[in-house]
Design a protein around this ligand. Structure first.
Ligand SMILES: NC(=O)c1ccc[n+]([C@@H]2O[C@H](COP(=O)([O-])OP(=O)(O)OC[C@H]3O[C@@H](n4cnc5c(N)ncnc54)[C@H](OP(=O)(O)O)[C@@H]3O)[C@@H](O)[C@H]2O)c1
Length: 300
């Protein structure tokens, strides 16, 4: 398999670059080779590589800043990915991309299935919803993995922010009324590697196999949490590992006490049933995935 990864040094792109090596030739590019604000710079690379799979792991992920930077957010998260997807359609490549729980708005407090109507509360979610709708309209084979609360032992994320704050401050306050599922970049990379491994064999042509599974999939670690519970688990792991913490008081607060430019849904746990039934994938529980990433943090 010839795989092209765009967004080589993002949390997910970085892990995918490693885990996909077993599947064939993997080429990965980053911002030094293109700019998502200029789609043609990306399309040139896609045409030259003629890959079987293009993985779009680049994105605008600064959720609050998106409220101001709407043009850049829309171009990076919707316009350019859709131009790549269209090119993939012409080349016969499978387009793999990512979306977010933030495409959904308020709703029932039960795990969200893929068919629920999109209703984003913030501009980042809107940009991803635009990408999703565009993919449906293009009619090219794609795999869009909606995921949540991504973190790793590198990059910009909640885990590393909490570890820094716990070492700098005696008191840290974290919202307790937004429920979701922390998801580690290594679990996402392992899951996508398994999906592509399964797709690489089977009956029919490559295009037929891709078309048969094309669509949106929910993919997050198992279980559910809230930001305060996630932070508490990080604190417990840090204490158990003997890290030098200044922290004396970790306090749960309501979202109303921590206003942010972008609104977030109160409940956005994704239901992983479809990815399980289609690809036989079982995602690990979020606390198990966190323990593994934490070991990686300690090794650094
Ligand atoms: N992080 C989350 O909590 C989360 C939650 C749900 C869904 N997702 C989705 O999952 C996917 C992977 O997320 P992630 O956490 O791995 O993201 P990430 O770590 O923020 O990585 C995004 C990558 O996109 C690149 N990028 C940003 N603007 C660019 C531009 N104008 N031109 C070229 N490259 C650009 C960044 O490059 P630089 O490093 O050079 O800026 C970075 O390598 C994304 O689609 C994201 O929307 C993420």
């Amino acid at each position: 398999m010839n795989i092209l990864i765009l967004g080589r040094y993002g949390q997910v792109g970085y892990r995918l670059h490693r885990s996909l090596q077993s599947l064939g030739r993997v080429t990965a590019y980053d911002r030094e080779s293109y700019d998502y604000q200029e789609p043609e710079t990306v399309l040139k690379l896609v045409r030259a590589a003629r890959p079987d799979v293009v993985i779009n792991a680049a994105a605008w992920t600064a959720v609050d800043l998106s409220e101001q930077e709407t043009t850049a957010t829309r171009t990076i998260n919707a316009t350019t990915p859709l131009a790549i997807a269209e090119e993939c359609g012409r080349l016969g490549s499978l387009f793999v991309t990512f979306s977010t729980d933030y495409v959904f708005g308020p709703g029932e407090h039960k795990p969200i299935v893929e068919t629920r109507t999109r209703d984003p509360l913030n501009f980042y979610g809107q940009s991803k919803a635009d990408m999703e709708l565009g993919l449906e309209q293009l009619g090219v084979p794609f795999l869009n993995f909606r995921t949540t609360w991504v973190y790793d032992s590198r990059g910009k994320n909640f885990l590393l922010t909490m570890l820094r704050l716990f070492q700098e401050r005696e008191e840290v306050k974290v919202v307790h009324d937004q429920i979701g599922a922390p998801t580690s970049a290594p679990s996402l990379a392992a899951a996508i590697t398994l999906v592509l491994t399964k797709l690489s064999t089977g009956s029919g042509t490559w295009r037929e196999r891709c078309a048969a599974v094309s669509g949106h999939y929910h993919l997050s670690n198992g279980g559910e949490s809230n930001w305060y519970a996630f932070a508490s688990e990080i604190r417990d792991l840090a204490i158990a590992a003997g890290l030098p913490l200044k922290l004396k008081n970790l306090e749960g607060i309501p979202s109303s006490a921590y206003p942010t430019p972008a609104k977030r849904p109160a409940y956005s746990v994704l239901d992983n049933t479809k990815v399980h039934e289609t690809f036989g994938l079982q995602m690990p529980h979020w606390s198990e995935a966190l323990s593994l990433v934490f070991e990686d943090v300690l090794r650094k």
